[in-house]
Design a protein around this ligand. Structure first.
Ligand code: HEC
Ligand code: HEC
Ligand code: HEC
Length: 98
């Protein structure tokens, strides 16, 4: 069901809406403050398209494949872009964990 919702959202791909894409997503993690992902920051501010992330990197919050920071450093999940080149690197934890 969630996948169908995402596909519908992708098909419509309305760039400007009250809530952009999946809105703000919070990742509760063990051993660090929660990490926050903002669709607004990525889609509106950084001008990325839905397909830069969906469905290859991310599905939705109920089907997310949890990754560790070690996997992220190898390019998975947020690490696909947050490598210090394409986007801010992973060394400054407070970029995401607050
Ligand atoms: C920079 C990457 C990125 C971009 C670009 C992006 N998303 Fe997402 N999206 C995510 C992440 C990360 C999640 C959370 C996935 C998880 O929990 O594993 C998510 C989740 C979602 C969800 C599910 C929210 C929920 O509560 O389960 C929807 C719907 C969604 N995105 C739609 C969109 C649409 C539509 C666009 C384009 C307008 C878009 N996304 C662009 C990264 C992105
Ligand atoms: C497809 C590439 C891509 C992916 C995947 C991605 N980001 Fe980003 N992110 C960017 C770009 C580009 C920027 C803007 C440049 C910058 O601030 O480094 C950005 C900016 C940010 C910012 C600063 C936002 C602001 O307020 O300006 C945060 C926080 C962030 N990303 C968190 C995340 C998290 C958490 C994930 C994984 C769930 C993620 N990003 C996945 C490309 C990506
Ligand atoms: C680009 C955003 C981003 C940055 C920067 C970042 N993290 Fe994370 N981190 C996340 C996200 C998102 C998750 C949750 C991933 C998931 O559940 O799939 C996570 C998960 C974690 C976890 C739980 C998984 C694990 O590896 O044990 C820890 C601990 C953690 N981060 C610590 C850190 C520390 C320490 C730093 C700084 C050295 C850092 N993170 C920098 C986004 C980030």
């Amino acid at each position: 069901m969630r996948t169908i919702l995402i596909l519908a959202a992708l098909a419509l791909a309305a760039p400007v809406a009250a809530v952009v894409g999946g809105g703000d997503v919070t990742f509760e993690v063990k051993g660090a403050d929660k990490a926050t992902f903002s669709h607004d920051a990525h889609v509106v501010k950084a001008k990325l398209g839905c397909r830069d992330c969906h469905p290859k990197l991310f599905l939705d919050t109920t089907r997310s494949k949890r990754v560790t920071m070690a996997q992220m450093k190898k390019g998975q999940s947020c690490g696909a872009c947050h490598d210090g080149k394409r986007a801010a690197g992973l060394d400054d934890c407070s970029t995401c964990h607050r």
